[in-house]
Design a protein around this ligand. Sequence first.
Ligand SMILES: [Zn+2]
Length: 126
Amino acid sequence: MANSANTPLNNPDPNWVWATPAIGVPWCTCGVDPLTKQPPHQVTRPLVTKYVTETLGSLPERMTNREIALVVQSLWRFPDITPPIAESLMRSVKAVNAQMAEDYPLATAMAAVKHFSNTWAGDDRP
Ligand SMILES: [Zn+2]
């Protein structure tokens, strides 16, 4: 069979997520980059790396569900992880890892943060 596998379920490599369309974080007030026409504070690998480092104190080899939630909370400036946020996070973890686990390799955890950021619809905002 030919390569059938850019879908997350068939492909344990989470890096596909970084190629999905970028959405700016909600706290960014920079507007749109005049050159790229994209929001300047897209959720990129460097931005997620910065937030993982700031939130956890260093870049770990593996991250738990709670640590992923903490990074998302800090990146998105959520006051709390509400049930809709938690549910959406679970969907993102399953999208990049196929199933929930105790913890995940850093690349998978960071991809889950990115996936959440691309797909969170903001349904707990007023
Ligand atoms: Zn900005």
